[in-house]
Structure formats: structure tokens, C-alpha cells
Ligand binder design. Sequence first.
Ligand SMILES: [Zn+2]
Length: 278
Amino acid sequence: MYMRAVCRFLILLSVMVSGVVKSAAQDAMPSRVTPVMPMARVEIPEHLNPGLAVDLENPASFLYPEWSNSYVHNYDNVKLPDSVIISMKGYCMPTDSTYITDKFGYRPRRGRQHMGLDIRIKTGDTIRAAFDGKVRISRYERRGYGHYLVIRHPNGLETLYGHLSKKLVAENDIVHAGDPIALGGNTGRSTGPHLHFETRILGNAINPALMFDFPHQRAQTDFYVYEKNTRAVYYKVKSGDTLSGIALKNETSVSSICRLNGISSNAVIKPGQTLRVR
Ligand SMILES: [Zn+2]
């Protein structure tokens, strides 16, 4: 068995060597010369440079101009780059639960967008930091996220953990991927213990399932590329609005709005309802 493998290797080697000799001989003949294309230079974004020391005191300063504990997702005055490469390196699953109870996106029953992923847990289950980072927000919202945390990470993401029963970290604390940051719960607008998990770039919510595969407890990818032009745009329905009117106003089509929201073209739309238009 071993000898056969060695033989196979030697045959392969001789084929390779003869190949080299042959192409060298061919190179001597001008008519056979193949032009050598310069290797494409891959631009590595500065923040992904492996030699760069990670500044956890000031995470992702290449994207976020300031550090503030005052707002949750208000970045209207910050210019979003055309694309951002998010490295999943060093990630940790925030919970070991594999059960998704609500997906990201439009909820027809409630007529609004769900900006995160809901994962079933038991009250008291450990919630862990998804990446190294710094805790930006620790707050309580009775009608919303309940007890929640927002962490900013050096890869450009901000992660949000909602409906917690107990927080184990405070604002401006430095955390490492996998650190217990809270205990899961059922606080705020919640009908049962679950983790509401959001991933955002400069306030723009991205479907966490594109990066974190909870059912298999692994990352979906090594690098997630966020493209600005795939950024979702939402419209709040006003009284008197029709689907065709909304389509016209937002330079899109009724069929496209229906597809994005999972509704039919004769669906009843109500004032106050949010529709994704792009
Ligand atoms: Zn949720």
C-alpha cells in the first residue's frame, strides 16, 4: 500500500517534471510563447490586515467616527461605504441553542419588519459575545428589547442581544468572543424566553442567518460581504396609499414590493404598516 503510494507520487513527479521541461522547450519557440499575465493584486482592506493590532478600545474606527453610549442605531450622518467585508474570524455562537423561532425580515401578521433572529432558549441560559469587542449600549426598554446589550466589534459589526434576564457586563467593558455577557430571558416585548439577536453595520440590519448558522452551530462563511446597493429600504404606509402609488413613489414595481414582502398584489395594506420597497 505504502509502496504503491510512493510509486504514484514518483509517477506524478515525473509527469510534472516532464511538463516543466516541455513547456521550457516550447518557450524557446517564439510562436508558442504564452503571454504571462500579471497576477491580479488582491486588495486587503486595512482592517483585515492580519498584522494589524486590534484596538478593542476603539473597535472598527475605520467605519464608525465616534464612540457613543447614547444612541442605539442612529448613523444617518455617517457615510456607508459601497461594500464592507466582514470577517467571521474568531466568532463564537451567542447561544448553543439550535432552534430558530422567528426569522429575519417582514412579519405579515404584525405588518412590520423583524430586524433580527429569534432563538429559543431557557431563562438563565448563558449568552456569549459573538466576537471580541466593546460594550456600547446596556439598556432596558419595557416595550421593546427588554434588557439588551449592543457590542461593537473590530470587524465592523455591531451585535445586539435582546430580552435578557440579567446582564453580566457594563457599557464600555471590553469583551472577548465567547465571554458570558448575559443570561437569556423574556424581558420587554416577548412572549416566551428567547434571544433576539441582531447584526448591524452602521445601523443597517443584516440577516444574522447569513453569518451565523444556529441550527448547525457554525459560521456560514469566512467573510460576509455587505453590499450597499442590496441595502433594504422601507416605507411606512400612509392613509390613502395604494401599492401602485407606493411603487411609483419609490421608483419600483408592485410585483417587486409583493415579492420583497411576501404579499399578493391585492393584499390589504394599512396605514402605519411598514413595507420593504427595495
Ligand atoms: Zn426578535
